[in-house]
Write a protein that binds this ligand. Sequence first.
Ligand SMILES: [Fe+2]
Length: 374
Amino acid sequence: MFSFSFPTSVSFGPGVISQLPGYLKQHQLNRPLVVTDSLIKELPFFRKLMEDLRSQGLSPLVFSEINRNPIKSDVLKGKAAYQDQCDGIIGIGGGSSLDVSRAVALSINHHEDLFKYDGLTGGTDLINAAIPYYITVPTTAGTGSEVGRSAIISEDDSKRKRILFHPSLMAKQVFADPELTYGLPPEITAATGMDAMAHHVEAFLAKGYHPMCDGIALEGMRLIWNSLEKAVLSSDEGARSDMLMASLMGAVAFQKGLGIVHALSHPLSTLLDMHHGLANAVNLSYGCAYNQTVCEGQFKRIAWQFGLKQGQTVHEALMEMNYRLGLPTKLSECGVKEDHLYDLSNLAVKDFCLPQNPRPATIDDIKSIYIQAL
Ligand SMILES: [Fe+2]
């Protein structure tokens, strides 16, 4: 027996952000806490949005003191900013802003230590109080966190990643406007886009029965294969739209699970502060090569989606895609050294994504993949 859930309400399309003020008024959300990062806060679209909200009689409060890899104290500061004066939360940004906004939403009526709610230590059962009205607005096409139900937040000192997870943490409404991604620099577009690709590929290969997620993953990876290069090299508007949709679909698909690529990548962000998308972009090809022998049938279907020639493997094609996008194909190009591999492997083998990988991996397997990727 299985249960499936695809409930998030999404408004999608160029210009759809203009519907936000009316939506807030309709739902009597007069003083939302807007959680974003310090770069987005200064962008023209953000300033205009805040002006539009104010001109319609709303009083948004902006909170932007967050780290690139968010930590607990970011969330506590956001909670303090909310106090009793706000009536909802809007997360605007990439994965970090959306993770913090979701964790702030959790923290408002849950007063134990934040990590008591860690889903990997049984904390999900403690999430039973009301969550403030929560809206998400993505500005990158990668994490798909706008439709997610989890937030990854690190401990301040150890930087260990903790996961807060509950269905009630899903946004009530997503405004996914491709126009907000038009100005993203090529390297961010490429890295976040390959994160979305990793979500589809890993979800499709993950253990478990979920034909709905498998179908979404196959279509999502086809969209990315056909549009990411255009989005990176020419900022083509149609390609930007397809990428935002594919990114959102990725987070729906990975309800099924992720795998070894994310398990390899998480420690690179934790220990070396590497960008999550960049880490996945490099690891994806090596992770696929590792899984090749146990997933022949799935890789044939991926190859068909990509339109690969007879004999061309998916992991080679993904490596070539990195070259075309100007992304690194080796961890050594990203500052990783052999000395780091012991600590990285120790963390990766315990990563919460590894159990869903179709091929089991010991610490020695992981170390040998890191060595190949180095
Ligand atoms: Fe990811």
